[in-house]
Design a protein. Structure first.
Length: 192
C-alpha cells in the first residue's frame, strides 16, 4: 500500500500542469481579474455558442475564421508599431457585434509591451505579461475617449484582463473573458 501511494504521489508530481503567470503580474492582478481568467474557457464556450446561434451569418463566418486561426509562438515576434484593431463582442444582450477598424499602437517602454487604442469612443491601455510561449496576459483599463485614463486596479468597472494570441506574421488578438459591459466575451483583433 505504501509503495502504491509513493508511486501515485510521484506521478502526480510529474503530471503536466497548466502554466501560471509568475513575477510582476502576481503583484498587480486584482482578485476579480484573477477570477475572470479562471473562468476564461467556460465564458468563451458559452459566448461563442450564443454568437453562433443568434449572430448574423456574415458575422458568424468572421468569428469562425478568427477562431480557426492557429495560436503561434510570440518568440521572435515584434508587436511594436501601429496596428488596425477592431472589437468583436460575443454573447449577452446582443449575441454578436463586429465593430469597424480603429487605430492602435504597441510600444516597448523598457519593461515590456504596452497597448494604446488611439481611436473610437471606447479606449483601452495596458501592458502584456508572459504566460506561455503562445499566450500573453493583458492587464489594462477601459475608458471613454476624452476622459482621464484610470490606473489599473482602481476600479473593477474599468479594469480589463485578457489573453493575447498570435495567429500570423501580422495578426494577433486579445480575448477578454466576462468584460464588465455589453457582452460575455470580447475579442480585440489586430492587423498591420
Amino acid at each position: 500500500m505504501r509503495k502504491a501511494l509513493t508511486v501515485a504521489l510521484l506521478l502526480a508530481a510529474i503530471a503536466p500542469t497548466p502554466a501560471l503567470a509568475t513575477g510582476e503580474i502576481e503583484s498587480l492582478i486584482t482578485q476579480a481579474d484573477r477570477a475572470r481568467l479562471e473562468k476564461f474557457d467556460a465564458a468563451r464556450k458559452e459566448a461563442m455558442a450564443e454568437a453562433r446561434k443568434e449572430g448574423a451569418p456574415q458575422d458568424v463566418k468572421l468569428l469562425d475564421e478568427i477562431d480557426a486561426r492557429p495560436k503561434l509562438s510570440f518568440s521572435g515576434f515584434d508587436m511594436t508599431g501601429d496596428w488596425q484593431c477592431r472589437t468583436i463582442k460575443a454573447g449577452g444582450p446582443a449575441p454578436l457585434v463586429v465593430y469597424g477598424w480603429f487605430k492602435c499602437r504597441v510600444t516597448d517602454d523598457g519593461s515590456g509591451w504596452r497597448l494604446d487604442k488611439l481611436s473610437g469612443s471606447q479606449r483601452t491601455t495596458g501592458r502584456f505579461f508572459d504566460e506561455t510561449e503562445a499566450s500573453l496576459t493583458y492587464l489594462g483599463v477601459l475608458y471613454i475617449a476624452g476622459d482621464a485614463k484610470p490606473a489599473y486596479g482602481a476600479s473593477p468597472d474599468s479594469d480589463q484582463v485578457g489573453r493575447a494570441f498570435r495567429s500570423g506574421k501580422d495578426r494577433w488578438r486579445i480575448e477578454f473573458p466576462l468584460p464588465r459591459y455589453e457582452s460575455k466575451f470580447d475579442i480585440l483583433e489586430f492587423r498591420r
